[in-house]
Design a protein. Structure first.
Length: 339
């Protein structure tokens, strides 16, 4: 049986990482990536020897790539002739227009968190609602914060049940390089509830959620404080066991030097991870506290790479590669080195 063929539309912060993630999956084939102009990402792709074929959206865009010495393999139409599914990581709002093209060509697609929920069949998370995505044509991922938040909450929910969560998100203001969006000497507050709490309830409707979001002037990672009301009592020791057993959760200790988002970014860089990426969220051991059924802990969200495993799960679901949730996420984890 031939491997499912995958294309990535939009080769930016997320698109680069989606391409890398798919390329690691031994039971999928990355056909190529699509972009509109010679960016730093596509220039780096060229200098690295073009490990992935590059396509343009429109034919006239090829001239700019030719001038930059970046080889182009064709247009997005050419790519769509070759793929079974597209991972759309184009800027928010563009995906809605692209969906019309995918529909006309009979190609399935997975969209990122910047798109509206109404353009897809299922708002998707690999661990929390994999089964709902099986065989569907159009899936949408949750945002980076929501992805990591749901991982942690789902981990507890499947063991003892969770009635409600209240979260406080300390959010990086922009990705590295997005200096035009930078805040200086400020912690900017948004109204309650934040969209991550609302999105969690969409994925996990049996849980009541609300939350506060604060933007801070940093670019590497978010910190989320979670206060969960569990249906049954759970000890810190058992919660730690569950977190440690989860392939996409890393338990770290402040006492060991993991005292910040920056410490985790540096650790990933010291490990030699490409772009200092981490697919797993981190639970800070010393932040775990409980009072009765109220259970509190803090997690770090590596915003640039955290959605890659769940996006890969979405390919498996949409193409019905696996119908069993644990089999599907297990394969994704294996090929990403998370098993």
């Amino acid at each position: 049986m031939s491997k499912p063929k995958v294309g990535v539309v939009g080769y930016g912060v997320i698109g680069q990482r989606l391409a890398d993630g798919v390329a690691l999956q031994e039971d999928m084939e990355l056909v190529g990536v699509v972009d509109v102009a010679p960016t730093l990402s596509t220039r780096a792709l060229c200098e690295a020897g073009m490990p992935y074929d590059l396509y343009v959206v429109e034919g006239e865009q090829k001239a700019a790539f030719d001038a930059a010495g970046i080889p182009v393999s064709g247009t997005m139409d050419d790519l769509l002739d070759k793929v079974d599914i597209v991972l759309d990581s184009s800027p928010g709002g563009v995906g809605r227009k692209n969906k019309e093209i995918y529909q006309a060509r009979g190609v399935k697609a997975v969209f990122q968190g910047g798109e509206k929920n109404d353009i897809v069949d299922v708002f998707f998370h690999g661990y929390a609602n994999y089964e709902k995505g099986v065989g569907k044509d159009y899936l949408k991922l949750t945002s980076c914060n929501t992805t990591g938040l749901i991982r942690a909450v789902d981990c507890l929910d499947r063991e003892v049940g969770v009635e409600r969560v209240m979260v406080t998100i300390v959010r990086r203001v922009a990705d590295p390089g997005d200096t035009h969006r930078g805040l200086v000497d400020v912690a900017q507050v948004e109204p309650v509830p934040n969209h991550q709490a609302v999105d969690l309830m969409t994925i996990m409707p049996h849980i009541e959620a609300t939350g506060l979001l604060v933007h801070v002037p940093t670019t590497h990672g978010h910190i989320i404080n979670v206060c969960a009301t569990t249906k049954s009592d759970i000890s810190k020791e058992r919660a730690l066991e569950l977190f440690e057993q989860h392939p996409r959760i890393r338990v770290v200790k402040i006492a060991d030097g993991f005292n910040s988002n920056a410490a985790l970014f540096r650790y990933a860089r010291d490990l030699g991870n490409k772009r200092a990426d981490m697919y797993d969220i981190a639970v800070f051991d010393e932040t775990i506290a409980k009072s009765g059924r109220e259970f509190m802990f803090a997690i770090n969200i590596p915003q640039e790479a955290v959605v890659i495993p769940e996006t890969t799960d979405a390919i498996r679901a949409a193409l019905s590669m696996q119908t069993d949730r644990l089999e599907a996420v297990g394969l994704t984890n294996k090929y990403l080195g998370l098993a």
